[in-house]
Design a protein. Structure first.
Lengths: 111, 123
């Protein structure tokens, strides 16, 4: 099972909005509403930001939102802040022998 | 507070074995599925294994299937990962991670992570 496809990097200025895509197949992203997004700062453990495509865990800012269309899921961060600069990973349930697959990660730079 | 603390990492020769542990606290450990996720140096996340809340069901990534086993002790709130026939590409930080939902729901949503333990496989 191949990793989900994410752009290697995205950038935005403070206050702007950015979107990170996560492309899979009908066997993972497209077939189930089980996409999650994680934020990881350097040297730190990942943090769950979005689960089940578009739901935010308690305590996560509403500046973070998720959506899905077909085989592609997206994470949108509005009102960019300096502390949003981090690596972002998507994950999905997969109907294959490896039940969970991650994307390759996207480095977000806040200019 | 809710916490996961991994241990057992280190430097090991290729072909040898290693057992990782994860101590859980601050939540009802026996109610949640638990996972291991790894991250090779400078690389992305890779899911490794899951075990159901009751220890009955397990599942593994293709990359480790047949070489790795996962177990848990709900009386002591501990999770373990036994890794055999280690290879250079097993070198990574290994995180234990708690399923977001109770029971056995493999959806890739992990809401609590440990700080990780580094495993280095040398040739």
């Amino acid at each position: 099972q191949s990793a989900l496809t994410q752009p290697a990097s995205v950038a935005g200025s403070p206050g702007q909005s950015i979107t990170i895509s996560c492309t899979g197949t009908r066997s993972d992203v497209g077939g189930y509403n089980y996409v999650s997004w994680y934020q990881q700062h350097p040297g730190k453990a990942p943090k769950l930001m979005i689960y089940d495509v578009s739901n935010r865990p308690s305590g996560v800012s509403d500046r973070f939102s998720g959506s899905k269309s077909g085989n592609t899921a997206s994470l949108t961060i509005s009102g960019l802040q300096a502390e949003d600069e981090a690596d972002y990973y998507c994950s999905s349930y997969a109907s294959s022998s490896s039940l969970v697959i991650f994307g390759g990660g996207t480095k977000l730079t806040v200019l | 507070q809710v916490q996961l603390v991994e241990s057992g990492g280190g430097v090991v020769q290729s072909g040898r074995s290693l057992r990782l542990s994860c101590a859980a606290s601050g939540f009802t450990f026996s109610s949640y599925g638990m996972n291991w996720v790894r991250q090779a140096p400078g690389k992305g996340l890779e899911w490794v294994a899951v075990i159901s809340h009751d220890g009955i069901y397990t599942n593994f990534a293709d990359s480790v299937k047949g070489r790795v086993s996962i177990s848990r002790d709900n009386s002591n709130n501990t999770l373990s990962l036994q890794m055999n026939s280690l290879r250079a590409d097993d070198t990574a930080i290994y995180y234990c991670a708690k399923d977001f939902r109770r029971g056995y729901t493999v959806r890739g949503s992990f809401d609590v992570w440990g700080q990780g333990t580094m495993v280095t496989v040398s040739s």
